[in-house]
Design a protein around this ligand. Structure first.
Ligand code: SAM
Length: 280
């Protein structure tokens, strides 16, 4: 199949797979539910498959696009250019909080929290989500097209096969639910795997009390790096068995059985009693 769509040759390095199935596009736009007055931001608008139908429904939309040629096409778009603020930047480096409460911007809705959406380049989707989690207090919700496997990991509960580091850390920040399944044939060029759109809604208040997110991250990573081992073994460089037992958690279980609340408790003990791992 040709990699050319609407006169643009898809660039692999930018993870370009363009949506071209109107039925799927309609389903995704309905799931997002854009309304006038909202502070909407699209990451990776590309050739406008989602941008155009969203712009039909609202008076303003910010788009963040790294590809210079595609950003130029959007700035010169015959119908919707006046509704768009085009940010030609790497979304991984962009400070999304800039789009909120910026009186000087051309965005009439900068007083509102962000509603972020995008068909994300799969090669950067995980770091990009974690970059956005840092801006969570300014975000109302996010809708992202991802590999279906990644959506399943994001939404997995403790005990599920795909429950892991991504599930715990994403669910620490947000609730996550799959909203639209998307087959490879909906894209040009077609990717090799199924995709899905996930809805992420940042928690208004933290769901667990964590002294340090970095410590949570390192406990979760350490536990899942050796997911077949009991936590007595996988966490032995961070915690003694007696510290785990004192939290009413069995040292016999494996990482995949721990809830986020239990990970938070373990991380708080590690934070308060840092172990000198060099002495081990
Ligand atoms: N939204 C379009 C669609 O659904 O057809 C395009 C989706 S395509 C999978 C990903 C888009 O993200 C491309 O337009 C690509 O140029 C853009 N992109 C890739 N890396 C990016 C980055 N780091 N920051 C912003 N945009 C990026």
């Amino acid at each position: 199949m040709s990699n050319k769509h609407l006169g643009h040759t898809a660039r692999k390095r930018f993870g370009q797979n363009f949506l071209h199935d109107d039925y799927i596009i309609d389903k995704i736009v309905s799931a997002i539910g854009p309304k006038n007055g909202q502070n909407l931001v699209e990451i990776g608008p590309g050739l406008g498959a989602l941008t155009e139908p969203v712009a039909e429904l609202v008076d303003h939309l910010t788009v963040v696009e790294l590809d210079r040629d595609l950003a130029k096409r959007l700035r010169e778009h015959p119908f919707i250019r006046n509704k768009l603020t085009v940010v030609e930047q790497d979304a991984l480096k962009f400070n999304f909080s800039e789009l909120v409460n910026d009186d000087a911007s051309s965005n009439p809705h900068s007083g509102e929290k962000l509603r972020v959406f995008g068909n994300l380049p799969y090669n950067i989707s995980t770091p990009l989500m974690f970059h956005l989690f840092e801006h969570c207090k300014h975000i109302a919700d996010m809708h992202f097209m991802l590999q279906n496997e990644v959506v399943k990991r994001l939404c997995a509960a403790s005990g599920d096969k795909l429950y892991g580091r991504l599930s715990v850390m994403a669910q620490y920040y947000c609730s996550a639910v799959p909203v639209v399944m998307v087959p490879p044939s909906a894209f040009k060029p077609a990717p090799k795997v199924d995709s899905a759109v996930v809805r992420l809604i940042p928690h208004q208040k933290p769901i667990v009390d964590v002294h340090s997110v970095d410590t949570l991250q390192s406990v979760v990573t350490t536990a899942f790096n050796q997911r077949r081992k009991t936590i007595r073994n996988s966490l032995r460089n961070l915690l003694d068995e007696s510290q785990i037992v004192a939290l009413d958690i069995s040292p016999e279980i494996r990482a995949e059985k721990l809830t986020i609340a239990q990970f938070a408790k373990l991380a708080n003990v590690v934070y308060e009693n840092p172990k000198d791992v060099t002495s081990d």
